[in-house]
Design a binder for this molecule. Structure first.
Ligand SMILES: Cc1cc2nc3c(=O)[nH]c(=O)nc-3n(C[C@H](O)[C@H](O)[C@H](O)COP(=O)(O)OP(=O)(O)OC[C@H]3O[C@@H](n4cnc5c(N)ncnc54)[C@H](O)[C@@H]3O)c2cc1C
Length: 520
């Protein structure tokens, strides 16, 4: 794609022309940052910028662009090397739908009216402006020219465009430099970040503010277990290294967490063994050949195997995760459907892939192998060899291998096959998908639920400031993106919502004076 911007045309009005964003504060804001360094903290600073952004994904990189528009210098601290950086934006589906969503809907059905109204409207407006500007300046383009729908090339193309935009805006991006902890003045005011690997930490000074944009915590097992539904085993299908680092950093300063686990939870089903091994969710979509059942640990079917979950929290009821506690088993096996297995016959195994090839976007599907990507094979052989698929000559053999009562599994398959003949299903599976299980050998895959990202986290106000449990802004600490998911419970704000929130944070920072000017 032809690029893009020169510094001159950007600050001089390209952003305004492209998106209608007011750039009037641009040059005035930088006046404080170029003065002499009066820092008397005694800290040895290795690097410094006006704004230090922790996390180079959707929110962080757009924050760098907006910072430039306001004449702030930036350092982006990014945990990963360039080949894998970018987090969830790099593997997202590319649907930029917030622009087409009425903010009143976000406020009402999306959040029961509990979201900060000013913030919702600003995020909506600025998020849309971000899209317009990025498209107008050719950092990305709409698929087939259809506006406010899907970006051509989905997540990888969005990341590439964003990264280029941030680089064109003079952001200093330090890859493989994770933010570790926040540096404060007097224990309160945030003035920098300790970053880098354990054996090579650096102190990075933030003259105006720090923006935390480390994304979701869906890959932090402990946080997910503590903050989301009890007993539910999740595999995120997002970037494998999103472990909630920013939450932990802000938590050390008393940051308030909110909206945890309120919204979207579940996407497709994934292979448990494959997801564990690969460190990210590996989809197991219902196979094209329909001789398949899903059974729970008691050997019973409990669901239409072809249910479409479309990352909806409501689907959880199908799995009994939100049901009566009495359905929770005492033998450390959790809810009865917590352990579930897909069972297919030889015909299905031979005729179609059992894995993620059709399932759309996920880290595994979109990333190259060297970056942790994985595409399930068409003939399922590689997965059988890896032990992700278990084989048994008979149903009883399969049952034994997965710890299910053999007689129970045989009875379940017998009933299912009879229902196929009758064209009826207790769970509403459509008749055209009711194909009996034929001869063995049989194959089993242990399944789990998947999420796309965590919900909730840091709490920000309408100026992008990160709040403490006393509802006071933590001085000079801002946050944006999935680290908070601040807007709604039921409607995710997605990539352009993160952009909008990043713009809110930068706009908030324009109100500050640099902290080192009062230390003379
Ligand atoms: C499979 C999938 C599909 C999706 N599809 C869509 C879609 O179609 N449309 C849509 O709008 N949204 C979609 N989303 C959601 C969207 O991708 C996220 O909302 C968005 O990327 C969040 O942006 P973020 O900046 O908060 O986090 P991310 O984009 O995840 O970026 C976080 C960054 O922080 C870095 N980081 C983490 N910890 C540290 C640390 N300690 N120090 C330094 N850096 C750190 C990470 O490496 C990463 O680069 C999808 C998400 C997934 C997973």
């Amino acid at each position: 794609m032809d690029s893009h911007l020169s510094r001159r045309n950007f600050v001089g009005g390209a952003l305004v022309a492209g998106a209608g964003i007011v750039a009037g504060t641009a040059l005035s804001a930088c006046s404080g940052s170029t003065g002499g360094n009066k820092d008397t903290t005694g800290i040895k600073w290795d690097k410094e910028a006006d704004i230090v952004i922790v996390g180079g994904g959707a929110a962080g990189l757009w924050a760098a662009v907006k910072a430039y528009d306001n004449a702030f210098s930036t350092i982006v601290l990014e945990k990963e090397p360039e080949a894998t950086a970018g987090g969830d934006v790099r593997c997202c589906g590319g649907y930029l739908l917030l622009a087409a969503t009425d903010p009143d809907v976000l406020l009402s059905t999306g959040s029961f009216g509990e979201a900060n109204e000013d913030l919702v409207y600003d995020i909506d407006e600025y998020g849309t402006e971000a899209i317009d500007w990025l498209v107008e300046n050719k950092y990305m383009e709409w698929l087939d020219g259809v506006e406010y729908n899907v970006i051509d090339g989905t997540g990888p193309a969005i990341y590439e465009g964003l990264l280029q935009a941030a680089k064109d805006c003079d952001a200093e991006i330090l890859f493989e430099t994770p933010g570790y902890s926040l540096i404060t003045k007097d224990g309160k005011e945030v003035i920098g970040v300790v970053a880098g690997p354990e054996d090579a930490r650096i102190n990075v000074k933030a003259k105006y503010a720090v923006i935390l944009a480390t994304g979701s915590y869906a890959m932090n097992e402990e946080l997910m277990a503590n903050m989301h539904l009890m007993g539910m085993e999740y595999f995120s299908v997002g970037a494998p290294y999103l472990t909630g680092d920013g939450l932990i950093m802000a938590g050390e300063l008393g940051a308030k967490l909110s909206k945890l686990s309120k919204g979207y939870e579940i996407m497709y089903l994934v292979s448990k063994a494959a997801s564990k091994e690969m460190g990210t969710g590996i989809f197991c979509v219902p196979p094209d050949n329909n001789s398949v059942v899903i059974v729970n640990q008691d050997g019973n079917r409990f669901i239409d195997e072809y249910t479409s979950f479309t990352h909806n929290k409501g689907s959880l009821s199908l799995f009994d995760f939100v049901g009566d506690m009495s359905t929770c088993r005492s033998d450390n096996a959790g809810f009865v459907n917590n352990k579930m297995f897909e069972i297919v016959d030889q015909a299905t195994f031979d005729s179609c892939t059992l894995g993620n090839v059709h399932a759309g976007c996920s880290w595994a599907n979109l990333m190259p192998e060297e970056a942790g990507g994985y595409l399930w094979s068409q003939d399922n052989q590689a997965e059988l060899d890896r032990g992700w698929i278990i084989k048994g000559d008979t149903l009883a053999d399969i049952a034994g291998a997965i710890g299910v009562d053999p007689a129970k599994l045989e009875a379940t398959v017998e009933k299912y096959n009879a229902d196929c003949a009758a064209g009826h299903d207790d769970f509403g599976r459509s008749a055209d998908k009711m194909q009996p299980l034929g001869d063995g050998p049989y194959y089993a895959i242990e399944l789990s639920l998947s999420v796309i990202y965590s919900i909730g986290g840091l709490t920000t106000d309408e100026f992008g400031r990160t709040l403490s449990w006393r509802d006071e802004p933590i001085p000079r600490l801002y946050s944006a993106g999935n680290i908070g998911q601040v807007v709604t419970y039921l409607q995710p704000i997605g990539v352009n919502g993160c952009w909008g929130q990043a713009a809110v944070a930068v706009e908030g920072i324009t109100e500050l004076e640099p902290w080192d000017s009062d230390l003379a």
